[in-house]
Design a binder for this molecule. Structure first.
Ligand code: ADP
Ligand code: MG
Length: 647
């Protein structure tokens, strides 16, 4: 019988791109830069690197292929390793933040666009590569946009390097113009007609409508899997719970509908499930984020349910506020999403919105993002004037100015806008500047060990504690054990205590279970922490520990996050110290409902019904002046200390 690898190899020949292999290779040989446009699922991401490898390009250097999303990089690398018949991480590997699955043998390397950007810091001419593929270029992520300019420069000094810009949509003309009239190559795709149907139930929210539509399809339509586009992990989990409950209500057998979630934080071992064909007699219902729009191709989809929303990063340069906002998708996205149902046969797309209400395209991320990290990277690459940088679409000047101001306040740039020693150290860490400053700055407060633990725990995201539906009270009590103290401890210190307690049990899984803590997240935190230690050693920062001096730890947090400080208002809400915004303690915070602290520093803002501060810790206002004298003046903090006289 055939193995999975045999089957994967055979399937290669049935992909639309297969017939264009030789022509493609010829064009790549003749053109230093080539723009390739092809329907999602035609085989661009998985096949082109293999063609290049077969044609001998890997004798001269690696083939690097960027992806905007971590899951896509991992999943595609794993598929290609399977097709080639090698172990993942050997000849074919991937590299994403805090996870390097490559080796000396690796010649085909998938990576996030952010990782290639980091590689440019140590390898400015990308000497170890023979070909760079910037894939999913139409996504126009912040890192991809910066890569366009930097890699374009590299092609000028490396005539042997080949650059491929690959896109699923027809923005190709713009790419071609930007790359000095680069040749465009279209891979004709197979596409079956897609019938677009509009669905709305009055008085129902879109999640409810989407779920009803799933059952309607299941009961009235012929076989074929269903793909539902949702906005994020939380919504996907809610949808999964609701679907399961409804299946019971409607007497649907659990073998009839197989629910497959897919989103970027889904644990690796669950990711493969989405690609497995549904057994005979059952229908797969894939609950996906935007990732299934063009990054991942899932075979067998005949029905798409599209509520018309996605989460986008939005930054207000005036206030420095950054949030993930649920926003309507663009017309271009709506078309892509519908197209996912017509790959293997005629499809149906159920739209829960009116397409006339949509904007034609999405604004590139660079025009709506916080640029601090990017500006620091550019400065470290020796790019002095970021205002004249060769952006495909320039960001607003105010956003660049705001980034420069922040980097100056953090001590990463000097008065002339040149990168400082501190800035150079910060760049070593693959995290945002405020977090890297917290890490680099911790040396001074003699608590770098505590701070990297906190940084690692924060980097894991929002999945340390869990609250099972039927044991919420127990879970909350277990959690509060990490906060108990003579004063309000705050979320950062609680995270530190969780980690240290876990360490004391010799990293026990049982302990995690008993304390309602996700052991997988803890292991990931330990991995990240180990890497941060490696980086601290690399830049020669002393590892020191000061576990009982909470003030020192709080000051070190503030050394990076001083712009995120907030002051209590009369009504119990908070106000950002430098901006007139009202913000609230997040209900998941240990400080929620506690006797309120006058001054807080927070890790990030999340916007749901209100602007919530996630991960907050108490601090003292005079520390703001001590730590960031260029940023805060006495008047920023004095109105709460009316009795104190000025010096
Ligand atoms: P494109 O980049 O043009 O959108 P891909 O190269 O990603 O196309 O996908 C080509 C085909 O490879 C898909 O139709 C799918 O069948 C298969 N494929 C890709 N990734 C995986 C995976 N992780 N598991 C199983 N099949 C996959
Ligand atoms: Mg692709």
């Amino acid at each position: 019988s055939k193995t999975v690898a045999d089957k994967a190899r055979e399937e290669r020949e049935f992909l639309p791109i297969h017939g264009y292999r030789d022509e493609l290779l010829y064009l790549i040989e003749k053109n230093q830069v080539l723009v390739i446009v092809g329907e999602t699922g035609s085989g661009k991401t998985t096949q082109i690197p293999q063609y290049l490898q077969e044609a001998g390009y890997t004798k001269r250097g690696k083939i690097g292929c960027t992806q905007p999303r971590r899951v896509a990089a991992m999943s595609v690398a794993s598929r290609v390793a399977q097709e080639v018949g090698v172990k993942l991480g050997h000849e074919v590997g991937y590299s994403i933040r805090f996870e390097d699955c490559t080796s000396d043998k690796t010649v085909v390397k998938y990576m996030t666009d952010g990782m290639l950007l980091r590689e440019l810091l140590t390898e400015p001419k990308l000497d170890s590569y023979s070909v760079i593929i910037i894939d999913e270029a139409h996504e126009r992520t912040l890192s991809t946009d910066i890569l366009f300019a930097l890699v374009k420069d590299v092609t000028k000094v490396r005539p042997d390097l080949r650059l491929i810009i690959s896109s699923a949509t027809l923005e190709a003309k713009k790419f071609s113009e930007y790359f000095d009239s680069a040749r465009i190559y279209l891979i004709p795709g197979r596409r079956y007609p897609v019938e677009k149907l509009y669905r709305r139930w009055p008085d129902a929210d879109y999640l409810e409508t989407a779920i009803r539509t799933v059952f309607q399809i299941h009961q009235t339509e012929p076989t074929g899997d269903i793909l539902v586009f949702l906005t994020g992990q939380e919504e996907i989990e809610t949808a999964e719970t609701k679907l399961k409950r409804r299946m019971i209500d409607l007497g649907t057998k659990s073998s009839e509908i197989i629910i497959c979630p897919i989103y970027s934080n889904l644990p690796t071992e669950l990711q493969a499930k989405v690609f497995e064909p549904a057994p005979k007699g059952s229908r797969k219902v894939v609950l996906a984020t935007n990732i299934a729009e063009t990054s991942l191709t899932i075979d067998g989809i005949r029905y798409v349910i599209d509520p018309g929303y996605c989460k986008i990063n939005s930054y207000n340069p005036r206030t420095g506020m950054e949030s993930l906002l649920v926003s309507p998708i663009s017309k271009a996205s709506a078309e892509q999403r519908a197209g996912r149902s017509g790959r293997t046969g005629p499809g149906k797309c159920f739209r829960l919105y009116n397409v006339k209400d949509l904007e034609p395209t999405t604004i590139p991320e660079i025009q709506r993002a916080n640029l601090a990290s990017v500006v620091l990277t550019l400065k470290s690459l020796g790019i002095q004037d970021v205002f004249t940088f060769d952006f495909m679409d320039p960001p607003p000047e105010t956003a660049l100015l705001k980034a420069l101001e922040l980097l100056y306040a953090l001590g990463a740039l000097d008065g002339n806008g040149e990168i400082t020693k501190v800035g150079e150290r910060m760049v070593e860490f693959p995290v945002d500047p405020m977090l890297s400053k917290m890490i680099v700055g911790s040396e001074k407060y003699k608590c770098s060990k505590e701070i990297i633990t906190i940084a690692a725990m924060l980097s894991v995201g929002n999945s340390i504690f869990y609250r099972p539906k039927n044991q919420q009270l127990l879970a909350d009590n277990a959690r509060m054990n990490f906060y108990v103290d003579t004063e309000n401890v705050g979320d950062h210190i609680a995270l530190l205590r969780v980690y240290n307690s876990w360490k004391e049990t010799n990293y026990s899984t049982q302990w995690c279970y008993e304390n309602f803590i996700q052991s997988k997240s803890m292991k990931r935190a330990r991995d990240i922490r180990d890497q941060l230690i490696g980086l601290l050693n690399k830049i020669g920062v002393e590892l020191n520990s000061n576990p009982n001096d909470l003030d020192a730890i709080k000051k070190a947090i503030l050394a990076g996050f001083f712009p995120h400080s907030a002051k209590l208002q009369k009504d119990g809400s908070y106000r950002r110290v430098k901006e007139p915004q009202t913000v609230y303690v997040h209900p998941n915070s240990g400080l929620f409902g506690a006797s309120p602290s006058k001054w807080l520093v927070y890790h990030e803002l999340v916007l749901t019904t209100k602007e919530y501060m996630r991960h907050t810790t108490e601090m003292k206002p005079e520390w703001l002046i001590e730590i960031a004298p260029h940023y805060y003046k006495l008047k920023d903090i004095e109105d709460t200390q009316p009795k104190k006289t000025h010096r």
